[in-house]
Design a protein around this ligand. Structure first.
Ligand SMILES: NC(=O)c1ccc[n+]([C@@H]2O[C@H](COP(=O)([O-])OP(=O)(O)OC[C@H]3O[C@@H](n4cnc5c(N)ncnc54)[C@H](OP(=O)(O)O)[C@@H]3O)[C@@H](O)[C@H]2O)c1
Length: 246
């Protein structure tokens, strides 16, 4: 009960903080982003926590339509209601069907379950993968994914999905700030599918980052916290660092 209560408090706090941060920082940007996007997308969010909730809010305000999902539909309904007309809530399966593009933002230890539940629905879809493996949090699957490299591990778990790694090593609380100076900070990304990379790049720009695709999914091992690419860097700096990596 205590854990549940703490979690509800955490969720309420998160919703309020996210709404406040967005209200402060994104309104002028929303109009700019709405014009910049080549087309409005339907985005299914699997994992509507700190990263998924924040990105979904930004994309909805930029004119895309998002469906939030998690293991808690009530949370997602409240989140969608706080975002407004471009947001709705559903189950993870509904979000996977709904989205032309999926954002998967769950703890890495949940990815095998997501794969089991949604794998067939994700085949052929663009999947933006924010998930980072941490052995301390994610146990065996975290150890395995860290050894294999996060990009290749996600691809093995979700065969047929057009995975793009992005938003992996910038804290969620920084995301609403990017709109203040669009393009100043780069977003390192990795993916094997050029069209998927291009679609994800539109969504990265809509948040306010300049997309920098550093290579195929195998390079996804560098897109985790604690590497030389983590944190906020200019696009030029990211390209320079990426050129030294294998
Ligand atoms: N926080 C950051 O700043 C940050 C930055 C970059 C990358 N990341 C990475 O992005 C991922 C998400 O991080 P976060 O901080 O947003 O985590 P979070 O706040 O804990 O949110 C995780 C979300 O995943 C949902 N979830 C868990 N298992 C699920 C399942 N089987 N099916 C569907 N949804 C499921 C949770 O739902 P319930 O709440 O209902 O359980 C929750 O909505 C992690 O891998 C993290 O390492 C985080």
């Amino acid at each position: 009960m205590k854990a549940g209560h703490d979690m509800m408090k955490h969720r309420r706090g998160f919703l309020q903080a996210a709404a406040a941060a967005f209200a402060l920082s994104s309104l002028p940007f929303a109009a700019r982003a709405a014009g910049a996007a080549a087309g409005k997308m339907k985005i299914g969010i699997v994992g509507s926590g700190r990263i998924g909730g924040t990105l979904g809010r930004i994309w909805a305000n930029a004119g895309h339509t998002v469906m939030f999902s998690s293991l808690d539909l009530e949370h997602d309904k409240a989140l969608a209601a706080s975002v407004g007309a471009n947001a709705r809530a559903g189950t993870p399966r509904e979000a996977a069907v709904f989205g032309d593009v999926l954002l998967v933002a769950v703890p890495y230890h949940a990815l095998p379950q997501v794969a089991k539940d949604l794998g067939a629905l994700l085949k052929g879809k663009v999947v933006i993968d924010t998930c980072n493996p941490f052995p301390g949090r994610d146990g065996e699957v975290g150890i395995w994914a860290q050894k294999k490299g996060a990009g290749l591990a996600s691809a093995e778990l979700l065969p047929g999905a057009r995975i793009v790694r992005a938003f992996n090593a910038i804290g969620y609380s920084r995301l609403p700030e990017a709109a203040q100076s669009p393009g100043r900070t780069g977003m390192p990304m990795a993916g094997d599918d050029a069209k998927a990379n291009a679609i994800a790049s539109i969504l990265v720009r809509d948040v306010g980052y300049e997309p920098v695709v550093i290579g195929p999914l195998a390079m996804g091992k560098h897109l985790v916290p604690g590497t030389t690419l983590s944190g906020e860097r200019s696009p030029v700096e990211i390209r320079k660092i990426a050129a030294t990596l294998k």
